[in-house]
Write a protein that binds this ligand. Structure first.
Ligand code: AGP
Length: 614
């Protein structure tokens, strides 16, 4: 069975020294995660086989292997590939070329009917030399060009091939003798950028900063030819217009920090300031989150608000829906996007909000499509400006966390929770005094977190040493927000330490999972000073009397601290803001355990930053 190409990066360019620009573009896409890389290029006046290079490893390995061979090229395409099972080989890396080398292409996504197409190709005498589904596309192109009538163009051939594909794709293809790049998008992101000296194509806008001033967004089903003179299509197709490229590019540079993840954890005072900026009234009393097409009054009269998200974004969504339920009378529920029961929870009097860092997560996009199909209003809360989700919904709020490069989401989680809180307060029906108290605490939060980050008493390090070679840890919390935070803690720990972790509301332990505890099992208890503190105390005692060692994260200085084997003291804040304070030690703990276990914490195995498949 051909192996699907998923979650990869594409960069293409038409310019002088195009391949150099492609290598730079691929470098800026590295944060998406990949295990092999490749590129192809056409030189001025070239006819005959296209020069290609591909390798397992990093873009730096590709540069060494290319050894300057691509200097002077005028058209180039490149690719970073991430395989999820087996097959990290030079043969499976992109680009894939026709047998005569005159056609070559790169692809993200999954060609679902690859098996069927490869059987057809084999009857036509084609042999596949890789395990990928992508290779069928290039042989189909070869066959199409060789068999189509003379008056038809390469774009016609490309369109005919695309019409035979089922599944999802972003494709960039070049053909010897051609002066541009053929591109198509269906379910995987692809954008076109234009600068003074280039026209380029990319999986996201990140690499365009500094190279392009304008961007054009492709839609699913688009098939275009890009050349120095712009974008062209077959008759009748809508060509997207260019718009000004907004935002700024942040280099993936950890500076004085050992890893990007640690830098991003320490970015949180700044990213939190940014998310609050302009969203609190001038008198500092109320939250005012704009950008939604429904007014706060209209939102208040809805039957329900659904939140759809995956992974870390889902845990943020659980906290956000708790805020909405607490501060307004609107029913709200968070759903794992891939499990979204749109038919039962959507109608014209509902709002479904997608929550996402990348704005490209396929499961979340699909849930939003489903919501829309079932009559719901849709909005987005996401980080990446111009992402598919922000364009699909065309309303909502940006997270303003700045680019997040480490695969494990940290600062974006906090900004999601803060944005959700601003949203809930904007539509709230609580008293002005109550709102003012929360808003005041929110404004103090960046400083509070800064202090939390700086005041290192060594307890996180001690806890990390306790966990890194112990029994699998269990995270517990109680009262909604802390139990959602426990789940985020377990996810963070698993993804960057590879230790299986469990997360539970404290009250659930005794209904089964307590059987897992034995002498020395680490239990991480998240206990803010709220109404659930005494219940958490009972849960902790139940664990302790079965030999568990307690890592206690709390702002309390009271008797509960005596139950701690390791005490991680946090700063006091408004109880509703406790997830935003407690997330800091939770993230640092996961980071420290990951480092102790020798994991590449910025690029953990099997994971990618943007998950663009279902
Ligand atoms: C976070 O640490 C994870 N890497 C992952 O769970 C992520 O949050 C999830 O895939 C959703 O991504 P998104 O926010 O880009 O939609």
């Amino acid at each position: 069975m051909p192996m699907p190409e998923i979650m990869c990066g594409i960069y293409g360019c038409i310019s002088t020294d195009a391949a150099d620009k492609v290598l730079e573009g691929l470098r800026k896409l590295e944060y998406r995660g990949y295990d092999s890389a490749g590129l192809a290029a056409i030189f001025p006046e070239q006819n005959g086989p296209i020069e290609t290079e591909r390798t397992i490893g990093y873009v730096a390995d590709l540069v060494s292997k290319a050894n300057g061979r691509f200097t002077g090229s005028c058209i180039s395409i490149g690719h970073t590939r991430w395989a999820t099972h087996g097959g990290v080989t030079d043969q499976n890396a992109h680009p894939h070329s026709s047998d005569d080398g005159n056609i070559t292409l790169v692809h993200n996504g999954i060609i679902e009917n690859a098996l069927h197409l490869s059987e057809r190709l084999s009857k036509l005498g084609y042999k596949l030399s890789s395990e990928t589904d992508t290779e069928v596309i290039v042989h189909l192109m070869d066959n199409e060009i060789k068999t189509q009538s003379d008056e038809l163009t390469y774009l016609d051939a490309f369109s005919n091939v695309i019409s035979q594909l089922r599944g999802s794709w972003a494709i960039a293809a070049i053909i010897s003798g051609m002066d541009g790049i053929l591109v198509s998008r269906n379910g995987a992101p692809l954008v076109i950028g234009r600068g003074v000296d280039n026209i380029s194509v990319s999986s996201d806008v990140q690499p365009f900063y500094g190279a392009c001033s304008e961007v054009a967004y492709l839609n699913d089903g688009d098939i275009f030819y890009i050349s120095g003179s712009g974008i062209s299509s077959q008759e009748g197709s809508m060509i997207p217009g260019f718009e000004t490229l907004e935002g700024v590019y942040d280099e993936e540079d950890p500076g004085n920090f050992e890893h990007m993840m640690l830098k991003e954890i320490f970015d949180q005072p700044t990213s939190l300031s940014n998310v609050l900026s302009g969203r609190i009234t001038a008198d500092g009393r109320k939250a005012r989150l704009g950008g939604f097409s429904l007014t706060p009054e209209e939102i208040r009269s809805l039957d329900r608000i659904n939140l759809v998200a995956c992974g870390t974004a889902y845990y943020a969504a659980e906290i956000i829906s708790a805020y909405i339920r607490k501060f307004s009378n609107v029913r709200s529920e968070a759903f794992i996007a891939s499990e979204f029961p749109a038919r039962s929870v959507c109608s014209t009097n509902t709002l479904t909000i997608g929550i996402s860092q990348s704005g490209e997560t396929k499961d979340t996009l699909d849930a939003l499509f489903d919501a829309k199909k079932n009559g719901s209003n849709i909005s987005a809360i996401c980080n990446v400006i111009g992402s598919t989700m922000s364009r699909l919904t065309a309303n909502g709020a940006y997270l303003h966390a700045g680019p997040e490069f480490a695969v494990a989401s940290t600062k974006v989680f906090s900004n999601m929770v803060a944005t959700g809180l601003l949203f809930a307060l904007t539509i709230s029906e609580i008293s002005d005094a109550e709102q003012q108290e929360i808003v005041q605490s929110l404004r103090e939060l960046p400083n509070l977190i800064s202090k939390q980050l700086i005041d290192d008493d060594g307890s996180i390090d001690t806890a990390a040493k306790m966990i890194h070679d112990s029994e699998p840890p269990i995270f517990i919390g109680r009262g909604g927000m802390s139990s959602y935070l426990a789940k985020e803690g377990a996810l963070k720990m698993m993804e960057i330490s590879y230790i299986p972790c469990l997360a539970l509301p404290g009250g659930e332990l005794k209904h089964g999972p307590i059987a897992l505890l034995s002498d020395g099992s680490p239990v991480i208890a998240i206990v803010p000073s709220d109404g659930k503190m005494s219940l958490m105390e009972s849960s902790i005692r139940e664990c302790k009397s079965r030999g568990a060692r307690i890592i206690l994260i709390t702002d309390s200085e009271g008797p509960i601290t005596e139950l701690a084997d390791v005490l991680i003291q946090t700063n006091k804040t408004h109880p509703d803001l406790s997830p935003l304070v407690n997330i800091i030690p939770v993230q640092l703990l996961a980071y420290n355990v990951g480092v102790l276990r020798g994991v590449n914490v910025d690029r953990p195995r099997n994971l990618a930053k943007s998950v663009t498949v279902v």
